[in-house]
Design a protein around this ligand. Structure first.
Ligand code: SAM
Length: 346
């Protein structure tokens, strides 16, 4: 297995069977070796810098019914909210003042935010903060809509593919959502010129090592600039409430594999990772991640964007969140950078 890690480090890819073998036969020693190599690669491109993204969860209304997600439309217990444009601009102002140079607008697929409203928000943010990158994460849209967001100045787009395996995708979603359309969106986003992010949950219901290997090959082929992964965490009002959560240890292993597969990729150490372990985000960075995404949403709506149970940081102010992460990142010898934090060239 050590030979496979060395091969991945050298060639940045493995066959499906090789990825499966590595994932299946991982041990603590093998993981440590993987993380050492992953850290060396991330430091080659990014030094000790950790990039921060100010996450603005601007609506938890969603027309979709993904079986794993706490804000799915059929969850009647979700307390719904949407931010006004003024509230969104206030989040950016606070964020800018405390050092954020990337804003991420994330939300459910909320029909209230028509193309016209989205373009107005994008224009306003880019006019006010021309030195900042704007990332959108608002789900599946037509190519024309994506193009209009890009033309209005949006720089990046996050859309996790969720799973590269079509049968597995159908087990996680209702019939109204298709793996073909999800992948179409990602290809459109890349072709349009967005810095694009895909990703998946680790330990989602019915996931096998084979699916994870297919995820790695899909990602290798798509060549996204960002990959967001985190453990699946059950939410009590979803059909998947009784499934076990994804493990810390497998999530970290997948982060290490991703770093060696796409050496210069932007790889967040996610809030979900911080939710399943008190030091989850620090361990994620030590496994090869180089981005953290603290929350900039107003305090009064934080506790309503509940994709999964026990989400952390729902009671903190933006500045508290940033300071806490700064301290955590420094405690492991890294530092937060004040910059847009673009993907470095290979
Ligand atoms: N609606 C947009 C979309 O579909 O891309 C963005 C918001 S969506 C809630 C963001 C991500 O949350 C999803 O891509 C999914 O991977 C993750 N997520 C949802 N439910 C989760 C859960 N129970 N555990 C872990 N991650 C979850």
């Amino acid at each position: 297995m050590v030979g496979l890690i060395e091969k991945l480090e050298r060639e940045h890819t493995l066959s499906k069977e090789e990825y499966i073998a590595l994932i299946k036969s991982r041990t603590p020693e093998l993981s440590e070796l993987l993380f050492e190599k992953a850290r060396a690669v991330r430091e080659h491109y990014y030094g000790k810098d950790v990039y921060i993204r100010g996450l603005i969860e601007f609506t938890n209304y969603c027309k979709n019914d993904c079986y794993y997600c706490g804000i799915r439309c059929k969850n009647r217990n979700a307390e719904r909210y949407r931010l006004t444009k003024e509230q969104i601009m206030d989040c950016c102002k606070t964020g800018y003042e405390i050092g954020f140079r990337t804003f991420v607008l994330q939300g459910g697929e909320d029909p209230y935010f028509t193309n016209e409203r989205m373009l107005d928000i994008i224009h306003s943010i880019k006019r006010q903060y021309p030195d900042c990158a704007l990332t959108l994460s608002v789900g599946e849209k037509s190519r024309e809509e994506y193009q209009s967001y890009f033309d209005a100045g949006a720089d990046r787009y996050l859309l996790r593919h969720e799973t590269a395996n079509n049968e597995h995708y159908r087990l996680l979603h209702p019939d109204s959502l298709s793996p073909e359309n999800r992948k179409r969106c990602l290809h459109d986003l890349k072709e349009i010129g967005f810095q694009t992010g895909c990703g998946f949950m680790v330990g989602s219901p019915y996931q096998t090592e084979e699916h994870l290997a297919e995820d790695m090959l899909f990602i290798k082929d798509l060549k996204p600039q960002m990959v967001g992964i985190g453990p699946f965490i059950p939410q009590h009002d979803t059909p998947f409430r009784d499934f076990p959560q994804g493990s810390l240890e497998l999530t970290l292993f997948m982060l290490g594999l991703l770093r060696l597969t796409l050496p210069n990729v932007l790889l967040p150490s996610t809030t979900a990772l911080g939710t399943i372990h008190p030091k989850g985000r620090e361990l994620g960075i030590l496994a090869g991640a180089n981005v953290v995404m603290p929350n900039l949403s107003p305090k009064d709506v934080r506790s309503k964007y509940l994709l999964y149970d026990n989400k952390i940081c729902t009671g903190d102010e933006a500045a508290e969140c940033k300071n806490c992460l700064q301290m955590r990142v420094r405690s492991i010898g890294y530092d937060i950078a004040v910059s847009r934090g673009d993907c470095k060239k290979e």
